[in-house]
Design a binder for this molecule. Structure first.
Ligand SMILES: NC(=O)c1ccc[n+]([C@@H]2O[C@H](COP(=O)([O-])OP(=O)(O)OC[C@H]3O[C@@H](n4cnc5c(N)ncnc54)[C@H](OP(=O)(O)O)[C@@H]3O)[C@@H](O)[C@H]2O)c1
Length: 325
């Protein structure tokens, strides 16, 4: 099969299309003929060598989410059969003609969603559901803030938080990005290049913050949180170290938490899939949650997809399609 391989750590042009053997599904796994694969910021970090694949996963073929058609089922797989259309969270190996997924990490392609649209779902929906609704315990009527509102994670977080009844705030780096966040349901979006988000939101207060920025945002986030507020980290793009006032945590009983999805256990992801199918999938069927695909590239142009992602010009998701091979 053709696969995009990280030939060595470096800039986008280290991604090369090479021939690789088609993988074989083990017990509990399925082989998917990949029609489309989502591109995520962690793929860029993996390509640069700063986010290595966990042991036992495809070490040099990136790609954390795919949509396609089941080609073959390993032993003990009962839910799926060859020919079923699924999207799946994979621990790597998505940028290829075929990928292996655990059968319990696959979900049906939602009605009326294309393969490209469905491939944009798993990584962001699993990440947002776990961090905003499980760790962050966001409740209807609460105030929610997501930084990087126009990112793949951001567009999912805005739509899900709104659908579950929160008042939603976002930050983004341009007026155009802020307009997109508002169209997706954000009640307010702060262009952080023009306005300080802490000043803009201090009269509102926030119950749950999803932060991928870190650094100087940390003390600002903490000051914005209401009593019993929750700050959830999924990255620290502006720095992993921060100075903040511990008495703020104690006085308002704040919770600081965070997680990374990729290295979590198979069973954890399977349970997350069950909860997501129950709570999120019905909203996809009705298109209450919409796909936001900024650009689709043929698989062979994965390096251009990474260059676009690193430019941060995109709004929403970038996907790679296999049908143009
Ligand atoms: N922990 C987990 O399990 C997990 C899982 C998936 C993703 N993530 C993280 O979630 C974040 C979003 O992922 P994604 O795939 O949705 O990414 P994405 O679509 O590429 O979006 C990232 C956005 O962050 C902003 N940004 C980029 N570099 C920045 C910097 N140095 N400082 C401030 N803002 C910056 C940009 O928007 P502006 O123009 O608005 O600045 C950019 O559009 C990434 O950091 C990723 O690593 C974590």
């Amino acid at each position: 099969m053709k696969a995009i391989v990280i030939t060595h750590p470096g800039s986008a042009d280290v991604l090369q299309m090479l021939e690789r053997p088609v993988p074989t599904p083990l017990a509990g796994e399925v082989l998917i003929k990949v029609m489309a694969a989502g591109v995520n910021r962690p793929d860029v970090a993996q390509r640069k060598g700063s986010y290595p694949a966990p042991p036992g996963t495809s070490a040099d073929i990136p790609g954390l989410e795919v949509a396609g058609i089941i080609e073959q089922c390993g032993e003990l797989v009962t839910r799926w059969k060859p020919g079923d259309s699924v999207c799946a969270l994979v621990a790597g190996g998505g940028y290829a003609e075929y990928a292996i997924a655990n059968a319990a990490h696959c979900l049906p392609v939602p009605t009326q969603w294309s393969f490209a649209e469905a491939s944009s779902l798993p990584e962001t929906v699993f990440t947002v559901w776990h961090n905003v609704f499980q760790r962050g315990r966001l409740q209807s009527g609460e105030h929610f803030l997501v930084h990087g509102g126009s990112s793949g994670i951001g567009i999912t977080a805005i739509q899900l938080a709104k659908a579950f009844g929160a008042k939603v705030f976002a930050t983004a780096g341009s007026e155009e990005k802020c307009e997109a966040c508002i169209l997706l349901g954000a009640d307010k979006c702060i262009n952080y290049k023009e306005e300080d988000f802490e000043d803009a939101l201090k009269n509102e207060g926030v119950d749950v913050i999803l932060d991928m920025i870190g650094g100087e945002y940390v003390p600002k986030n903490i000051r914005l949180l209401k009593p019993d507020g929750r700050l959830v980290f999924i990255n620290a793009m502006k720095g992993a170290e921060a100075v903040f006032n511990v008495f703020d945590i104690m006085g308002r009983r704040l919770t600081i938490t965070g997680s990374t999805l990729r290295n979590r256990e198979v069973e954890f992801k399977a349970q997350l899939a069950v909860e997501i199918e129950k709570n999120v999938w019905p909203l996809l069927k009705s298109k209450k949650i919409k796909p936001v695909i900024y650009r689709e590239f043929p698989l062979a142009e994965a390096s251009s997809a990474h260059t676009l992602m690193e430019s941060s010009k995109h709004i929403g998701k970038i996907v790679l399609s296999n049908h143009q091979l």
